[in-house]
Write a protein that binds this ligand. Structure first.
Ligand code: ADP
Length: 476
């Protein structure tokens, strides 16, 4: 843990292990923090806030820029650690470290563009203006699937705005969080401005975060279930809230699209991070006229994907985070098969010798998925592509919108009119049109409905950490 600029080292009495999900082997011990540690960390962030929030935006920007440099210098070792602790292939881990560094870079620049405005008044002797103020102490909770970029996506804008932070990372990936905090602290983030509380049991920490009056804002990325709890509990003390929750992305392939190109894109985005992403496509709607070539290309490419430890050469399917994740994926696949879905490839756990101690599921393509199946409604978070044919008679946008989530949606079409229609009719926060990577530190990321509240990244990402004060001034 890192509180008030000091590292707290794990002891035998007060620690838990971080594991490699590909082998089930222990990697290192981490401090098992509790409610009292969360309180100490909040005290430290509270003490640091007046000085940090009054530090010039230019100085804050410099420190963030230096942190970006330090993270990039350590990209290789951070990616290696991430592959071991989280399981993603090394190349994907390197991409994530770059993405994490991008947030530090982007918000170091935005720190200097924290503009207010002047507003005309109806009274001749009056002037209006707005000034922006840092929200205060921020409590952040991050997930394991993107274990470093989700940290900087919260900390970089918070620090740019002048806030101080207490962060609790996911219990599955505390080492990645420690590496990121080391980089930021070594780059010169002052004592108390960022604090890290690692814990095996998140509940007591969460409880302190939502109840402590010194915390002004909660920012959370994770499941809708936990997000709902945090938001409602934090309502008692009226904290600001940002939530980036689950998704159930539709991926629509219109008849004018090239089915081979679309299937290649579908395979790339579906199996990224072994399907453990909130923007992973969960329902692939493919027009019946191009259904066959789409399925053929997708399954051909899926069968070529090699599973294994992220550190092995040529691996693109890493382990799932744990056994419970494998069970969930397996249950969804079994349910779909029992209701008539066809397994085009995969469809089972990987149990051969190399996989026995890890949590692996074969990359899978399911055809003829229907609305009655669990996979059509529930987030899979695993390597299963669920494909659904549609015809001209279907209202495809209504079908795509038929979910309580609203994070990402993907569309393949060559028609400009269709693209506009998709943009306007799809009720999702992020829409990729012939684009499987509609994300960037410079672009807002977030969802509608059960996918959450607020946006991260982009100009909007800074606003989440700012209050607007209106000043009315009477001339005398
Ligand atoms: P997942 O099921 O994908 O692991 P979670 O929402 O359980 O998603 O986890 C995301 C983050 O939320 C993790 O850091 C986890 O420790 C944290 N978390 C889970 N339960 C709570 C809770 N009751 N209070 C605070 N944080 C929690």
């Amino acid at each position: 843990m890192f509180i008030n600029g000091e590292w707290i080292i794990p002891t035998d009495e007060n620690s838990f292990w971080s594991y490699d999900p590909a082998t089930g082997k222990r990697i290192a011990k981490v401090v098992d923090g509790g409610a009292q540690d969360a309180e100490k960390a909040i005290a430290s962030a509270t003490e640091a806030f007046p000085i940090w929030s009054q530090t010039t935006a230019y100085r804050r920007a410099e420190i963030l820029k230096d942190a970006q440099g330090t993270v990039m210098e350590r990209a290789g070792e951070m990616a290696n650690l991430m592959s071991r602790e989280q399981g993603k292939p090394l190349k994907a881990a390197l991409n994530e470290v770059r993405y994490a560094a991008d947030f530090l870079g982007w918000f170091s620049e935005e720190a200097k563009r924290n503009y207010g405005c002047t507003i005309p008044s109806a009274r001749a002797d009056q002037r209006f203006m707005t000034v922006k103020a840092a929200v205060g102490v921020v409590a952040a909770i991050t997930p394991w699937n993107y274990p470093v970029s989700m940290i900087t996506r919260k900390i970089a804008p918070a620090l740019a705005a002048g806030c101080t932070v207490v962060l609790k990372p996911a219990e599955a990936t505390p080492l990645c969080a420690i590496a990121m905090f080391e980089a930021m602290s070594d780059a010169g983030v002052p004592k108390g401005v960022i604090n890290l509380v690692t814990a095996q049991d998140p509940a007591p920490i969460g409880e302190v975060f939502v109840n402590d009056p010194r915390v002004s804002k909660i920012t959370f990325t994770g499941s809708t279930r936990v997000g709902r709890y945090l938001a409602s509990a934090a309502g008692q003390t009226m904290k600001r809230i940002s939530l980036e929750l689950g998704g159930h992305a539709p991926f629509i392939v219109f008849p004018d699209a090239d089915p081979v190109h679309a299937a290649k894109g579908a395979g790339l985005v579906k199996f990224l991070n072994t399907g453990q992403a909130c923007i992973s496509p969960n329902r692939m709607f493919v027009h019946e006229s191009i259904y066959q070539p789409f399925i053929e290309t997708l399954s051909e490419r899926t069968q070529k994907l090699k599973a294994g430890s992220g550190l092995e050469q040529g691996v693109s399917i890493g382990p799932l985070v744990n056994e419970a994740a494998v069970e969930k994926v397996e249950a969804q696949v079994k349910d779909a098969i029992s209701q008539g879905a066809a397994v085009v490839c995969g469809g089972h756990r990987l149990t051969e010798e190399a996989f026995t101690n890890g949590s692996f599921f074969a990359p899978t393509v399911l055809s003829n998925v229907t609305p009655e199946m669990e996979i059509y409604r529930e987030e899979t978070f695993g390597p299963v592509a669920a494909v659904i044919p549609f015809s001209d008679k279907d209202d495809i946008f209504a079908m795509a919108n038929d979910t309580h989530y609203g994070l990402a949606a993907y569309v393949y079409t060559k028609s400009l009119s269709r693209s506009y229609e998709a943009m306007e009719k799809l009720r999702f926060g992020i829409i990729g049109i012939n684009d499987i990577n509609p994300t960037s530190a410079a672009a807002p990321f977030g969802g509608l409905n059960d996918s959450g509240l607020g946006r991260e990244g982009g100009i909007e990402g800074l606003e989440e950490y700012l209050e607007t004060k209106t000043v009315g001034l009477s001339l005398v």
